[in-house]
Design a protein around this ligand. Structure first.
Ligand code: ADP
Length: 710
């Protein structure tokens, strides 16, 4: 301890007796030895000093290892002053306490008003509060722990005895402050250690990103002093977006923002160099985070969350107090952020894994193909819903049973493919299996060896190829039918033309005008049949590709019927069918596509002739409603079952009952398309074994519209 010094000439008037000094020393020693709470102890010591030394004001400034003020304990006019005034720092910088700090020397000042080292705080009244003062440094192990000051409003109040006493007290106080600091450091180390264990336990038990981040903000509450906290995600497009927060004003609005930092934002190193950043004077910094934190926050830490060298986000805490944080806090938050980043990555990976597993289960279960996983000797390990549906057995019943119970065919396939499957190839084959109702289902099986729960297994994916087979059959049938349908008329055409050639080029007496005319008409009829069939196919395909233009022109209904009639006569006479066409006056006109409607009538009459047994009757009648022309084509043929009334107009629809009669199944489909293109309707009335009447309507109000030929 330095020797007492006095630099005032005022008379020393000792006020405290030896006895009270001894009592004070005893009391102080007892306080410092028994109490753990430094602030409380200092308060009590100061009050005792005021009482026993006669000081009116007493203060202790406590410093940290870097001589920064960390605590102020004040007794003013005998009473503890809870909140130190803002001007304390000025007293330290410019006043007597500062001088003592720098010089590490005690001062006994008999009249501070004469002492230029004294920094007088502005007061409301003129009466000076301090005249006499003793100010001593708190030194322990050569380190400055603080400064102890007592003052009295009377000049020359203290004597050297008081100074010695204060130095003795300061020595004890210095030791107590140092011990408290060491204890605090120790305790903090212990707290940090405990906190880190808690962080790691709590964070690693969360697999949901949202819960995890909110938990992170909760965990921080007891670990680091702060009033606000926030977590921001760093988006792939290089924006920060607030994801979770505690006590941040306008939190909801901020959540919606995608933020880029200000140019030269002091927090930028978090994003650019992945460094942790802190400040104890946030309001003086250039930063977007200042806007988030609000004006009350002075101390701030921001740390990056980094996983696999990638920035995930930024964790921030902010305190209303100045000088809250130091490098150790930054380090602690960084360690916590690292743990959180690992937990976050794990949570994300787990979510991905979970989603992938769920997706796999969905794909497996909801697949429209049959999927079976079996052991190499045919024991079923897993099946999907479709397999259960086809074999009408619950999963429990199938898993564990043998493939042979499902289908002998499958078992045979397994045997025949065994060698290929062993060589880990993917094998595809077709097999017919029987469902629970005994229906055969053609299935294309793709089998391959897989690893299932660590064991070798074979995965079968079976695709129901009924439709594909039906289509293939349809295609074959269609080609056969077309060939069939075309061969007759084309053959007739060729024959007729050859005959005409023979008649024209042969001897004159062979030539017969009537015969040649009949052959010509036969050739024309046959060629028209062929072109009509081809046209129907083209029209249907045009309709399917979305373009089916009409060539609507004014036409006479009489001409329409006559054209159709002349085309169907040879067919009717070849089957001895009585054909009667309605008589229509020549001047009944209507707007329609003559070519299309003629073909509709021809198709319907041809069908009626084709499906009505020889000797039957076919009648074409015409009816006018207010808005429509209606044409009816009736026969006394086999009739059409009521449940086929609609489907008969679909493409390729044919009745089983008429399968022996040549046909492609396109005629009625064409008729429907052509009539509907005229905004009309086509329908059927029929009675089995009595006959059928096909009717169609064409509106009388169609506008004339002629399209250029393609
Ligand atoms: P196609 O006659 O080439 O088979 P359509 O589309 O013209 O094709 O007719 C479809 C089916 O409707 C025919 O196969 C036949 O089974 C049935 N059908 C059509 N018209 C009649 C009819 N007048 N009497 C009985 N069945 C008919």
């Amino acid at each position: 301890m330095t020797s007492p010094s006095s630099n005032t000439n005022a008379t020393i008037q000792p006020r405290s007796s030896e006895d009270s000094r001894m009592r004070l020393l005893y009391l102080v020693a007892r306080e410092f030895n028994h109490s753990l709470d430094l602030t409380q102890t200092l308060h009590r010591v100061l009050i005792a000093m005021v009482r026993l030394v006669g000081a009116q004001n007493a203060s202790v400034f406590v410093f940290d290892g870097q001589e920064r003020l960390i605590k102020t304990v004040l007794v003013r006019e005998g009473r503890v002053q809870e909140s130190p005034p803002d001007s304390i720092q000025a007293v330290i910088n410019e006043g007597l306490a500062g001088w003592v700090m720098r010089q590490r020397q005690s001062v006994l000042s008999q009249d501070v008003l004469q002492d230029e080292r004294w920094y007088a705080l502005p007061r409301d009244d003129d009466r000076p509060r301090h005249r006499s003062a003793i100010c001593v440094p708190l030194l322990s192990h050569n380190e400055l722990q603080g400064v102890l000051t007592i003052t009295n409003a009377a000049p020359a109040y203290f004597d050297t005895g008081d100074l010695t006493l204060l130095e003795a007290i300061a020595e004890q106080a210095a030791t107590a402050v140092r011990n408290a600091r060491l204890h605090q450091v120790e305790r903090r180390r212990h707290d940090v250690f405990g906190a880190l264990i808690r962080v790691s336990e709590q964070l690693s038990s969360h697999f949901n990103e949202h819960e995890l981040i909110n938990e992170l903000l909760e965990i921080l509450i007891p670990i680091l002093p702060h009033d606000q906290s926030g977590f921001y995600f760093w988006n792939s497009n290089h924006y920060l977006s607030l994801y979770a927060a505690r006590n941040i004003p306008n939190y909801g609005e901020l959540m919606a923002l995608q933020v880029k930092l200000y140019p030269d934002d002091f927090a930028e190193p978090i994003l650019t160099r992945y460094e942790a950043v802190y400040t104890n004077s946030l309001q003086a910094e250039n930063s977007w985070f200042k806007d988030v934190a609000d004006r009350q926050c002075h101390s701030w830490i921001g740390v990056p969350l980094i996983a696999n060298q990638r920035l995930l986000g930024v964790l921030t805490i902010a305190s209303h107090n100045a000088d809250t944080y130091e490098a150790a806090d930054l380090e602690l938050l960084r360690i916590i952020a690292n743990q959180a980043a690992v937990a976050l990555t794990n949570a994300r990976s787990l979510t991905l894994l979970h989603d992938a597993a769920e997706q796999y289960v969905r794909l497996f279960e909801e697949n429209s193909d049959l999927i079976l996983v079996i052991t190499p000797d045919g024991n079923i390990r897993d099946v999907n819903r479709k397999t259960c549906q086809i074999f009408r057995r619950p999963k429990d019943a199938l898993v564990g049973s043998n493939l042979i119970l499902l289908s002998r065919n499958l078992r045979d396939v397994l045997e025949s493919l065994r060698d290929q499957l062993n060589s880990a190839q993917e094998v595809t084959t077709e097999v017919d299996i029987k469902d629970a109702y005994g229906h055969e289902i053609p299935v294309e099986i793709t089998a391959k060896q897989i690893s299932y729960e660590g064991e070798v297994a074979i995965q079968w994916v079976g695709r129901d190829i009924t439709v594909r087979r039906e289509l293939a059959k349809m295609r074959r049938d269609f080609i056969n039918m077309i060939v069939h349908d075309l061969r007759g008329p084309v053959g007739a055409m060729v024959n007729a033309v050859q005959m005409i050639d023979f008649l024209l080029t042969g001897p004159e007496e062979m030539f017969s005008r009537e015969e040649t005319g009949e052959l010509t008409r036969l050739a024309i009829h046959s060629s028209r049949f062929v072109t009509d069939l081809i046209d129907s196919m083209l029209d249907i395909s045009k309709h399917e590709s979305g373009s089916f233009p009409l060539k609507v022109s004014t036409t006479s209904v009489d001409k329409l019927l006559r054209d159709a009639h002349s085309q169907v006569i040879p067919h009717a006479s070849s089957k001895s069918i009585t054909l009667s066409f309605a008589d229509v006056s020549q001047d009944t006109l209507i707007n329609l596509d003559h070519h299309l409607v003629r073909r509709v009538i021809v198709n319907l009459v041809d069908n009626a002739i084709k499906y009505t047994p020889g000797g039957g009757q076919v009648v074409v009648a015409v009816e006018w409603s207010e808005e429509h022309l209606i044409v009816h084509v009736s026969d006394n043929g086999p009739g059409i079952p009521p449940d086929k009334k609609q489907t008969i107009f679909e493409k390729f629809a044919r009745l089983r009952e008429t399968a022996d009669i040549q046909g492609v199944g396109l005629g009625l489909a064409f008729c429907k398309i052509a009539v509907e293109a005229h905004q009309g309707q086509i329908w059927l009335e029929s009675e089995i074994n009595k006959g059928s009447t096909f009717s169609f309507s064409i509106p009388r109000t169609l506008e004339e519209q002629i399209f250029d030929d393609d």
